[in-house]
Write a protein that binds this ligand. Structure first.
Ligand code: K1U
Ligand code: ZN
Length: 173
């Protein structure tokens, strides 16, 4: 397993990759499982609660997540080719962050419940309902698969300010 570099929006080459639409996985292979292992290690090290493959430079429709709280056992989740089958009309606000937009937290409104379908680590199909933080996180990560960042849900002014702030922080580091 290895910790990979997380692409960030302050770098023009990284941003071009982050804006790409990720491609579906045909069959879940050991190579994909190795990538998921690396992604999980990268996410834990960051630390974060979710990560899309494109954030480590692999534009494949793969996501990892762990929503376990401090003190709880790790509970890794793996999503290959996730789809939203149904979503609720109720929107709920949540202050989101993103490892590709470091140190920026802004409120985004999303459907508060979604029904998802995906392949797990072993390539088995799972159908599941997600609500609360699970619903927020899976929709945030699935946006990454379309090349959409959470700051794209903000006004242009707020988005530009966020990018300027990340660029300034990167220059100071
Ligand atoms: O970059 C990412 O996509 C990961 C992102 C996931 C996310 C967070 C909040 C709302 C929606 C999606 C993060 O993990 S940002 C870091 C974070 O939220 C966190 C870090 C340490 C402990 C707890 C949370
Ligand atoms: Zn993100």
């Amino acid at each position: 397993m290895a910790i990979r570099r997380i692409l960030t929006v302050d770098n023009a080459a990284d941003l071009a990759v982050l804006k790409k639409k990720s491609v579906p996985v045909e069959t879940v292979t050991d190579e994909h499982r190795a990538l998921m292992d690396d992604m999980l290690e990268t996410m834990y090290a960051a630390p974060g609660i979710g990560l899309a493959a494109v954030q480590v430079g692999e534009p494949l429709r793969i996501i990892v997540m762990d929503l376990a709280r401090d003190g709880e056992d790790r509970a890794p989740r793996y999503f290959v080719n996730p789809e939203i089958i149904e979503k609720n009309d109720n929107l709920a606000p949540y202050e989101e962050g993103c490892l590709s937009v470091p140190e920026i937290y802004e409120t985004v409104e999303r459907p508060d419940q979604v029904h998802i379908r995906y392949l797990d680590y072993n390539g088995h199909q799972v159908d599941e309902a997600a609500d609360g933080l699970y619903a927020v996180c899976i929709q945030h990560e699935m946006d990454h698969l379309e090349g959409v960042l959470f700051i794209d849900h903000l006004s242009r002014l707020k988005r530009d300010r966020a990018i300027t702030k990340v660029k300034k922080a990167a220059r100071a580091a």
